[in-house]
Design a protein around this ligand. Sequence first.
Ligand SMILES: Nc1nc2c(ncn2[C@@H]2O[C@H](COP(=O)(O)OP(=O)(O)O)[C@@H](O)[C@H]2O)c(=O)[nH]1
Ligand SMILES: [Mg+2]
Length: 210
Amino acid sequence: MTDTSKKPGWFKRLTEGLSRSSRQMTEQVVTVFGKKPLDQAMLDELEEMLIEADLGPNAAARVTEAFGKARFGREASEIEVKEALAEAIGAELVERQGRFEPLSGPRPYVVLFVGVNGSGKTTTLGKIAADLTGRGAKVLVVAGDTFRAAAVEQLKVWAERAGASFMSRPTGADAAGLAYDAYEQARTENYDVVLIDTAGRLQNKSGLMD
Ligand SMILES: Nc1nc2c(ncn2[C@@H]2O[C@H](COP(=O)(O)OP(=O)(O)O)[C@@H](O)[C@H]2O)c(=O)[nH]1
Ligand SMILES: [Mg+2]
């Protein structure tokens, strides 16, 4: 078992950090846009803010354009600014929304989380696990990031919070073997979903991806 005394602190810091960054961002946007008619300089500033908030330059440009289209030359109240920005960001996400229906179709449904370090694999896995167990699914969370001990601990916290089962191996163990065994176990024990975390890698590193 992990040292449970550490968990609330870690989780609290995480959620506080997340809400702090989105709050700062919103306050910044409202300060810049709430007071006068929207002009190009303000749009440039918005684009910069979005890039600083890690949106990616292309997405930032698209969101800024959509926001500008709706608001250019107009003064807006704080609530209107927030709504217009939320709408522009929402539209950006809808386009990329894939069909993710793990609870319909054959079981177990297996999801492998891949991507660059720090892109949010483990956190997203935790959120999805919580959503699925909340809907009554039997979920197995697998620590396929066998590279770092801390990665295993981080995922274990998420699994416990979600009420999901958890499977891991000692640091350095073969990740593919673990994934295979997890799948076998999920089949025998009638799990609905298997969520497999992996160590970070760039998508173009085909050796690592394989
Ligand atoms: N603002 C924000 N931060 C996030 C989100 N998801 C993850 N993070 C943070 O990004 C960092 C890396 O997340 P993690 O899930 O460990 O990424 P991984 O390396 O891909 O597993 C952590 O500090 C997370 O708290 C998100 O949706 N929004
Ligand atoms: Mg991770």
